[in-house]
Design a protein around this ligand. Structure first.
Ligand code: HEM
Length: 158
């Protein structure tokens, strides 16, 4: 029982760091560097900060996944994935997979540097698209956290 509780604590700790960072990038970093003051350096600042956070987020995503699957294993909860009232379990795995793709596949192999896209003559539009993507994933992640706490505490099947 102790190990399950420790796994839950690690799960939440990783998610706090990871989602806190995503919220910070979305709500503070991108709006600040999109403002006129930083116009010319916005890509450089974004890359410097985001690349540093991406390294931390990779560790947090790994820990969240390991602790999450450990809990599924210990609770013997695999059959939840076949039941509609456990949609919040699907939501967690979906958000996790999105970030695994973003941090381990898309960013290192395709987007290493947003700056490279600019050098190659592509207009990445003032980080506008980047901001929109961050807003969408933040909303999806926050909803997932909300319904997961409800779900883990029996809200959907009393
Ligand atoms: C591979 C991905 C993941 C797996 C396998 C997983 C699995 C689990 C499991 C088994 C639980 C415990 C449920 C219970 O007590 O009945 C849990 C709780 C939770 N998970 Fe995940 N999870 C994953 C990713 C995520 C992500 C990405 C988020 C955030 C967006 C998240 C947020 C939460 C929250 C908030 C709880 C509730 C903790 C509580 O109130 O006790 N999980 N997760």
């Amino acid at each position: 029982m102790n190990d399950l509780t420790i796994a839950r604590a690690i799960h939440i700790l990783s998610i706090v760091i990871w989602m806190g960072g995503v919220a910070f990038v979305t709500l503070a970093l991108i709006p600040a560097i999109r403002s006129a003051t930083f116009k010319s350096e916005q890509i450089a600042i974004f890359n410097a900060v985001e690349n540093r956070f991406a390294a931390i987020a990779r560790i947090a995503v790994l820990l969240a996944g390991l602790s999450g699957f450990y809990m599924v294993f210990k609770l013997d909860a695999w059959d939840r994935f076949y039941q509609a009232q456990y949609f919040w379990m699907h939501a967690m795995v979906l958000v996790w997979l999105m970030f695994v793709m973003a941090l381990f596949v898309i960013e290192p192999f395709f987007l290493k540097d947003h700056g490279r896209a600019v050098k190659n003559g592509h207009d990445i539009g003032n980080l506008r698209k980047t901001h929109i993507v961050h807003i969408l994933i933040s909303i999806l992640s926050l909803i997932t956290i909300f319904v997961s706490v409800l779900g883990a505490h029996g809200f959907f099947y009393q």
